[in-house]
Every structure is written in C-alpha cells, then in structure tokens.
Design a protein around this ligand. Structure first.
Ligand code: GLN
Length: 501
C-alpha cells in the first residue's frame, strides 16, 4: 500500500493520510462514527439476549447462560474468519460493508418475529459482525505509520466511540423491549446499523488506498471479482449450518474444539514463512491473546449471569436516582469508559514524562488486578441484601466502575498492540485472532455463568443471590492469580516484543 498517486475515486494517498498534523487523523472520525452505530446495534442486542431467552423463549437460567455464551462465542469466532477474508480477498472496506448488510438483515428478521426467527436472525448478526468488527479496527491501525506514538491515543478515542454506541444501545434497546415491544427493540437496532453503513459510505473516499481489495495493486484491479462473489454466496450458504451450531450446545462445543486448534495450525504455517525476529513478536502477541481469553471469560458475565442478577437481585436506585437495573448493567461500564478513558490516558502520559509508564504487559497484569477487585465487589453485594435477596444497585455500579479500569488497561491497548506486533500482510488475521480470544472468553463465560446458576429452576431470589455471588468470589480469586502470573513473566514477554512498546 505504498502508493504515491491518488487512487481512482479517492481524495488522498496513504502518505498524505499518515502524515497528518495534530493528535488524530481526520479519517479516524468516520471510522469512529461507523463503529459507534454498529456497537449500538450489537450491544443493544447483547443486552436483550439473555433476558429474552428466559422471559420469552422460556429457557431456564442455566440454559440461557450457556446459550448466551455460545451466541457470543460465534460472534467473535467469526471475526477471525472476517479478518482472514478481508486480508486475502475482499479488503477491509467491502468486508465491512457486507458485514453491515448482514447485520441489518439479522435485526430485521428479529424485528418481524423474534420468537419464531430467533436463531435465523442471530445467525445473520453473527456472520455480519464477523465481517464488520475486526476490519474497522484494522483500518484504524492503517491510519498510522509504523512507530507513530499517536496510535494508542487514536485507539483510545476509537474505544470511546465503541462505548458511546454501547451505552446508548445497551440502555435504549432493553428499555424499549421491557416497556414497549421486543420487535420494536430489534427493529431499532436495524435502523441504527443502517446509519452506521451510510456514515461509512459517505466518508470512504477519504480513506485513500486503505482497505481496498488486496487484488488492487498500484491502483489497478487485477480482476478477481468472482472471488468476492464466491465469498458472498459462501457466507449465505453457511448460515443454516451456523443456525444449527448455535442452537445445539454439542455442536457449539465441537466448533470451539476445532476452530482454535485449526487456527493455531494455520498461524504455525504462516509463521514458518517468517523470520525469527517477526515470529518473536507473534509469540508475544499470543501471550496477550491467551490472557485476554481469561479476561473476557470473567468480564463477559455482564451479558449473561450479571444480566440475570440485575433482573432478579437488585433494587433500582443509583445514588438516589431511580434507574432500571438491567439498563445500568448494560450501559454503566460504557459510561465509565467514556469518562475515564481520557483521564487514564492523561495518567499514562504523566507517568511517561517521569519515565514511569508501565509497559503493555504490566498494564495487562493491572487489568486483571482491577478485574479481581471488581468481582470481589460483586461478591460483597450479598452483605447489602435484604431478607428477600434484593441487593444494592449502588454497590453493583461501583463494581462496574472498578471493572472498567481493568478493561481500559487491557482492551484498547490490546487492539493497538495487535496492529504493532503483526506483520503487515497478517494484520487482519492477527486482529481476528485477538477477537477469537474473545470468542473463547465468551464461550467460557457462558459455562462459568451456567455453573453459578442455582440448580433448582424455582430457586428463591435469596438462593440465586447466594449462588451467583459465591461464583463471583471464585472469579475474583482466579483473576488475581492470573494478574500476578502475567506480571511475573512480563520481562520475558517484553524481550519477545523487542522494540515494540
Ligand atoms: N467492548 C469492546 C468492543 O465491543 C471489546 C469487546 C471484546 O473484545 N470482547 O469492541
């Protein structure tokens, strides 16, 4: 992508984009808004899933937790496939657009009849997110030259966009669903996703060569259009298979057992073509990826067990203000990210000036320490409960504040470090791998949530409180151990990263 001439239909060259002045490239804003609306749709749906399954599909809590984990696991597993097809065939732009269209289709199907078409709609959303999500993040990375120190700040801003969308979608969709209609809430997601795509369409001419198909070399199309068509047809053809895999737990297990090892084999093959210097960076990236599986497995209780905890075991005031506990569960984390991401950014800069900024590995370790504290706080909520098992929404929100600091130490930095450690031609695959780790995290999150749910389907609220909070205490301990081990191996990981910080 080293063009110096302006590609057809474009306003910029790669150089003119990457040599931007100021803190952020202006193209970042278009990606920011597209991702913001996409996350509105995604988190709006995520926040409705578990409750919908329990209240409308009449699943018991154990099954709903598992089903939630499976759905989200597939969403993130497909980001790996989306990244791969973008790198090799479609390019990031077409992938993103195709993904967006599938997400709109999925939301429309759910809006028509969410009970009857639940798994069809969800399957469209799964594949669509797979094509959209990793590729927009990789495009953010492409706006920067190698070694540009403004990259992390760009990802932090982008991460705020993610969370503005998540905040609005997470609160509004569940509120519409609970108070008006589930159909309307899913339809809302479709409208917003259309806004995301229109934003992208409107601004893509400013992206120069970024995200064009890999078959476009020096501005010339090498004419492999039918590859694109095959990908589109292939995507639609696999939807029935995805439907049956998502809805059948045994198939989900099988898929998860196969996709991880197969991906590692593929990565091994790609690594066999690289130098040891490049491979060391990939090994470091793998350490981040493996730890992020653990992180998301705990963190993602939020769409599963914590969503049921919010529906059953919480009062409805935060600092005296009356709020819906599920709305708070779905959106407080995002609100805290938006408020504290810039502040934490300032703390890093302040520490950097004193040469005390922790490196990426230590930041990841800190992420786990915050995670541990947060789960300990979720656990302590049992001591604030009344005799009916209704605990405090204030303490619950405090735990979300703490978990947010953990997320900020790990997630935006993880995105950025993937784009730094990956060789250029594997950028999409590495980003896909980062999200594949989230897939495993989600899958394990569902299993953990199901393990915490009360055995008896007619357990009282008090029994539910005890069984979920027991689980949160365990998660707190495991998070602490994970953080400490990561900090312990940090010198070795740093060595593998070489000049990358
Ligand atoms: N909250 C972030 C997002 O939606 C990260 C999610 C993840 O990687 N599991 O982009």
């Amino acid at each position: 992508m080293e063009e110096t001439t302006i590609p057809q239909g474009q306003d910029h060259t790669l150089n003119s984009i990457q040599n931007f002045e100021g803190q952020y490239p202006k193209q970042l804003w278009s990606l920011f808004f597209s991702e913001m609306w996409e996350r509105f749709c995604f988190y709006g749906m995520r926040g409705m899933l578990t409750l919908f399954m329990v209240q409308q599909l009449m699943m018991d809590e154990k099954t709903a937790n598992l089903q939630y984990g499976a759905t989200q696991a597939f969403v993130y597993a497909f980001t790996f496939i989306g990244g791969l097809f973008a790198d090799k065939i479609l390019g990031f732009r077409k992938s993103l657009f195709w993904g967006g269209l599938l997400m709109i289709a999925g939301s429309c199907i759910l809006a028509i009849d969410p009970k009857q078409f639940f798994f069809v709609g969800i399957s469209f959303t799964i594949v669509g997110t797979g094509f959209f999500k990793p590729n927009i993040s990789t495009m953010v990375g492409s706006l920067y030259k190698e070694g540009d120190s403004r990259r992390d700040a760009g990802f932090s801003l982008f991460y705020s966009g993610i969370n503005i969308g998540a905040l609005l979608g997470g609160y509004l969709c569940i509120t519409v669903a609970k108070n008006y209609s589930w159909n309307l809430a899913f339809g809302f997601a479709a409208i917003v996703m259309s806004i995301s795509l229109l934003t992208f369409l409107y601004t893509k001419r400013h992206l120069g060569p970024i995200g064009l198909s890999p078959f476009i070399k020096n501005g010339q199309d090498t004419g492999k259009k039918w590859y694109d068509i095959l990908v589109y047809i292939g995507t639609l053809a696999v939807i029935p298979a995805i439907m049956s895999m998502v809805s059948t737990p045994e198939y989900t297990d099988l898929f998860m057992y196969i996709v991880g090892p197969a991906t590692l084999l593929y990565l091994g093959y790609e690594m066999s073509k690289l130098t040891w210097k490049e491979n060391k960076k990939i090994i470091a990236a793998m350490v981040f990826i493996l730890y992020s599986i653990l992180f998301w497995a705990f963190f993602e209780q939020s769409g599963g067990s914590l969503s049921l905890f919010a529906a059953n075991n919480l009062d409805n005031t935060v600092l005296g203000l009356q709020l819906d506990p599920n709305g708070v569960n779905n959106s407080s984390n995002s609100l805290f990210v938006i408020v504290f991401a810039p502040l934490l950014g300032l703390v890093w800069v302040w520490l950097d000036k004193r040469r005390k900024e922790p490196n990426t590995v230590i930041k990841f370790g800190l992420g786990f320490i915050f995670l541990s504290l947060a789960f300990y706080t979720f656990y302590t909520n049992r001591f604030f409960a009344n005799s009916e098992g209704i605990a405090s929404l204030d303490i619950f929100t405090l735990a979300y504040l703490i978990i947010t600091f953990g997320e900020l130490c790990l997630s935006p930095i993880g995105l950025s470090i993937m784009t730094k450690l990956a060789p250029k031609h594997l950028a999409g695959v590495m980003m896909g791998l980062w999200f594949l780790a989230s897939a495993y995290g989600q899958y394990v999150a569902g299993i953990l949530g199901a393990g915490m749910a009360s055995e008896s389907p007619d357990a009282s609220k008090l029994e539910k409180l005890i069984s979920y909070t027991d689980g949160y205490k365990q998660l707190g301990i495991y998070a602490l151990i994970s953080g400490l081990t990561l900090i312990l191996i940090s010198p070795w990981v740093k060595k593998m990263m070489q000049e990358i910080k």
